[in-house]
Design a binder for this molecule. Structure first.
Ligand code: NOJ
Length: 539
């Protein structure tokens, strides 16, 4: 297993790691109050170690009025009381490290909750800290900035009675944006970063970073000032800490996303938002042109950086980065019920999106685990958990983890009526059908399949750090690419069509998974993928 400081692995740790995203409230309730907690994550580390993930990403665990799932923070260096204490967080971090794994936290500094004492102080008449936030007497400033939560917000300005002025917010009105033009804010933010790195976190997911600064006459996204400040944070981290990373959450077109990696001197990682929707589009279209286009449009990144690739996460499946036509296509095919739509996206989980089809699930993972980047898994997707899109906002993809069959799903011993969110009761996905315990006991389960593929991926760091090149087979139904470095040369074939395809190859190849040798041609059943290496000319 990958261990901290293991130098036998090529590249830096974030370049070969597999990440696993955990909403603490939904993972495991250790104290029977119906809410998952930090000690609950610690109680499930055996499972995560068994699964073979390298780095956990803990969703926000800070005090919050929970208007935006905890991304509205009222104390940036505190811990939500029903999750536990700072001591619990420290213990968890130490325990994760003792097991050779790593852990990331979310840093949310574009905005705070309106309940944060900073905002409460800033809004008071005559407040000396008024300019910690962005105020205006009119709503006609920064008019070119788009509204992000378009389904619920009508303006980026909100009137505040106490202040007698409008304040700026890119997300919910309960999330006023901090004013990064104020040096005191920038220093306070650096201290927040230091605080969590001192606790021992290995990485920080920088939430909503494109929006830190505002400038008149611009769309107020990706501004040079924002990059300048991120570089400052990076320089501070490099000077004061070892082996820590920054991950950019920037839902932007490829050229704008790579800017967050700088020249290897800004963030270490960035999510690859643009390649995600095309993976789903290809399944419905039966051809891979959209994936190829997205990969071709992806610029090279600095040597010490890495993409974060993912299929789903705690938000809606975002369609911000696709054309209007493609967005409509995605809605038509993946959101037949209007309640499945959320904002400019789709609030469904992976397995229901794939109609509970194991072949499609495997195909997408075969691609996810071999594309350039480090894969991010979303809790519960490894067992094919379902969703409940009738719940508020994005809660339908944040329901309790299904550890066992039974009414409480092994998530909590308290009365399910007290649960923070209800257990999935869909006949295809309720805990009697989908749970960790049953799948652990069954070697043919989805869970074992994911675990095995992760274990195989770990043996081939070329998937993390190798070079990448698309291969044109002249067959639009098959995605094909090469991953190679000085030690390995792997060819990936992935059939996105509903029918069998034959791929002719002049040299013999062997499956990395299973070892079957193919001479002359490789036959790919519908939705089959293969990771291939060259094989000797004859046995
Ligand atoms: C991105 C987070 O993933 C999302 O959940 C949140 O609503 C916004 N940032 C605002 O913080």
């Amino acid at each position: 297993m990958f261990r901290r400081g293991d130098t036998s692995v090529r590249g830096m740790w974030h370049q070969t790691a597999t990440f696993y995203e955990i909403p603490i409230h939904a993972f495991f309730d250790s104290n029977d109050d119906g809410v998952g907690d930090i000690a609950g994550v610690a109680a499930k580390l055996d499972y995560l170690e068994w699964l073979g993930v390298d780095c956990l990403w803990l969703l926000p665990f800070y005090p919050s009025p929970m208007v935006d799932g905890g991304y509205d923070v009222s104390d940036l260096t505190g811990v939500r009381a029903d999750f536990g204490t700072l001591g619990d967080v420290k213990e968890l971090v130490d325990e994760i490290h003792a097991r050779g794994m790593r852990v990331m936290a979310d840093i949310i500094v574009n905005h705070t909750s309106d309940q944060h004492p900073w905002f409460q102080a800033a809004r008071r008449p005559g407040s000396p800290t008024r300019d910690w936030y962005v105020w205006s007497d009119t709503v006609d400033r920064y008019e070119e900035a788009r509204i992000i939560f378009i389904d619920t917000q009508h303006s980026n300005w909100e009137w505040d009675e106490v202040a007698g002025a409008y304040y700026w917010h890119r997300f919910y009105a309960e999330q006023p944006d901090l004013n990064f033009d104020n040096p005191a804010v920038r220093e306070a933010v650096k201290d927040v970063v230091r605080f969590w790195l001192d606790v021992g976190f290995d990485g920080l997911r920088m939430d909503a970073i494109p929006y830190l600064f505002e400038r008149e006459g611009t769309i107020c996204e990706n501004l040079p000032e924002t990059h300048g400040f991120l570089k400052e944070i990076r320089a501070m981290i490099d000077a004061e800490y070892e082996d820590r990373i920054m991950l950019a959450e920037a839902n932007q077109p490829p050229v704008d996303v790579v800017a967050y990696l700088g020249n290897g001197d800004e963030c270490h990682m960035a999510y690859h938002f643009p390649v995600m929707p095309p993976l789903y589009m290809a399944l419905k279209r039966g051809h891979v042109e959209d994936i190829v286009k997205a990969l071709e449009a992806t610029p090279a990144i600095p040597e010490n950086c890495q993409w974060g690739v993912f299929l789903r996460n705690h938000d809606e499946l975002t369609l911000e980065m696709v054309t209007e036509q493609d967005r409509q296509f995605m809605w038509d095919h993946y959101a037949p019920d209007p309640a499945m739509k959320k904002n400019i996206g789709i609030r469904r989980r992976l397995m229901p999106l794939l109609d509970n089809d194991r072949g499609r699930f495997k195909l997408l993972h075969g691609v996810l685990f071999s594309l350039p980047g480090s894969p991010f898994l979303y809790y519960g997707d490894e067992i094919g958990m379902g969703d409940n899109y009738r719940l508020n906002d994005r809660d339908g993809v944040r329901t309790p983890m299904q550890w066992e069959a039974g009414p409480g799903a092994g998530f909590s011993r308290s009365d399910p009526a007290r649960f923070h969110l209800p257990i999935i009761d869909d006949p295809d996905y309720h805990p009697g059908r989908v749970n960790v315990a049953d799948q652990r006991a069954d070697e043919t389960s989805l869970l074992h399949w994911v675990r095995n593929l992760l274990a195989i991926r770990r043996l081939h760091p070329v998937f993390g750090t190798g070079r990448f090149e698309l291969i044109d087979l002249g067959n639009p139904e098959i995605l094909s690419y090469r991953r190679w470095d000085t030690e390995e040369d792997v060819m990936v074939l992935a059939n996105f069509a509903d029918r069998t395809s034959h791929v002719e190859l002049s040299n013999p190849v062997a499956d990395i998974v299973g070892g079957t040798v193919h001479r002359g041609e490789v036959v790919l059943a519908a939705h089959e993928f293969r990771w291939l290496r060259s094989a000797p000319p004859s046995d």
